[in-house]
Design a protein around this ligand. Structure first.
Ligand code: FEO
Length: 405
């Protein structure tokens, strides 16, 4: 893909990973991009590199615009492999470049690469780098989403290179939000933003609100937000900032995701009855069967919904494996501003639902009870129990949702 100018003499020179479907366990149904940026100023400056497996393509993109040996500065905003994996290869081409990185980034980078001989300058929030007509200001964003993370603001271009924040796993020939509409529908872009937020940024809601407020206080105008994945925001950067504030503030739809798996059909049968009950209360609902749905997609469905109910059959007195995987992933994400419930079926003795509520409690989730657990088969008389469970959950979700209106 050819370089694209995103501001005068500042170029996107990243690579597009059309085929990746497994991004460290996160299912990327639409691929992704690894964005990096070149500032062709008096002092040529590169911001980030690319994933190690795209090193050759990334270096060719750079060489198409400048002689790589003339790169004077290399900003490392984040040391995760998808942005820094090709760093050593790039440094072979620009051994005299000075690296700008946070303290935590430097200590992490030294675990990945032999850095003796590299010029490394540790930077912190507010530090500036003058490249000629442009001034770069560094803004540390620890735990968004790694301890080393930072963003780079290019003052004269009013450009925020935001690293993982505001990104999306979305491979596209469009580079900008206003171009994307020609490739697909904008709702696909909105969906990609929520998917990325749910699976990567969900645990950092409070930090996101704090960091956006901090950036706001700096009073810096932002014309363009250029993340390290996906589409660049230039038509209305405030929209994605507001979207993040909404998501971090608990925005969700009044609906219920019923996320479950089943062995011989009983839990599935229960899920359908529960869904019916939820809908009777005028709340929309969606069934998400785990072995038919990637964990990351189920997580996104949860994040879009004000309430979610997890269902599992009991297997050997415990939880069903696919449900265990989903809930284990959830333990790291710690969803807030939603209410949870559990249900399941068993043959000889229960156990799965007890396990679910123990996990909910360990995650300090807001749950509603009572749970529902049925033996062997959903008989005619059990149908009403499922319906009422769904109705009751929907009523509680409606009440809970009022807090956010
Ligand atoms: Fe896109 Fe945290 O790496």
């Amino acid at each position: 893909m050819k370089a694209r100018e995103i501001a005068p003499d500042i170029y996107w020179i990243g690579v597009i990973d059309w085929a990746v479907r497994d991004f460290h366990g996160y299912t990327t149904l639409n691929g992704t991009t690894y964005n990096n940026y070149l500032i062709k100023d008096r002092d040529i400056t590169l911001v980030d590199t690319v994933k190690h497996s795209f090193a050759d393509e990334g270096m060719a993109n750079l060489a198409a615009l400048v002689d790589p040996s003339t790169v004077k500065n290399l900003v490392v905003n984040h040391i995760e492999d998808d942005h820094m994996g090709a760093l050593a290869r790039f440094m072979e081409l620009m051994p005299k470049a000075t690296l700008y990185i946070t303290e935590k980034g430097k200590s992490g980078m030294e675990r990945f690469f032999e850095t003796s001989g590299w010029n490394v300058k540790v930077v912190k929030t507010g530090d500036e780098l003058k490249t000629g007509k442009y001034t770069l200001t560094f803004v540390e964003t620890p735990m968004l989403h790694w301890p080393d993370s930072m963003m780079t603001y290019v003052k004269e271009a009013e450009l925020l290179i935001s690293q993982d924040a505001f990104g999306q796993h979305l491979a596209s020939s469009a580079r900008f939000d206003d171009e994307f509409v020609n490739c697909a529908s904008l709702s696909e872009l909105d969906e990609a933003v929520i998917d990325y937020y749910a699976n990567i940024l969900m645990p950092f809601n409070t930090l996101i609100k704090t960091k956006i407020a901090e950036i706001g206080k700096l009073g810096i105008p932002i014309k363009t937000i250029a993340p390290d994945h996906g589409i660049i925001w230039r038509s209305n950067p405030n929209k994605i900032i507001q979207t993040y504030l909404d998501l971090a503030g608990g925005k969700a739809d009044l609906r219920v995701a019923v996320i479950y798996d089943t062995m011989w059909g009983s839990t599935d049968h229960m899920a359908r009855g529960i869904l019916e009950g939820i809908e009777e209360e005028g709340v929309s609902s969606k069934l998400v069967k785990l072995r038919a749905t990637p964990t990351s997609v189920a997580t996104k469905e949860l994040w879009k919904s004000r309430g979610y109910i997890v269902g599992s059959p009991t297997l050997n007195n415990g939880i069903f494996p696919s449900v265990a995987e989903f809930v284990t992933n959830l333990r790291g994400l710690r969803p807030r501003d939603r209410i949870a419930g559990g249900f399941g079926s068993f043959g000889w003795s229960g156990g799965a639902v007890k396990w679910l509520y123990e996990q909910f409690e360990a995650m300090k989730l807001e749950t509603v009870g009572p749970c529902l657990e049925l033996r062997y088969k959903v008989l005619k008389e059990d149908k009403e129990k499922c319906l009422e469970f769904g109705r009751d959950f929907a009523r509680k979700v409606k009440e809970y949702h009022k807090k956010f209106e």
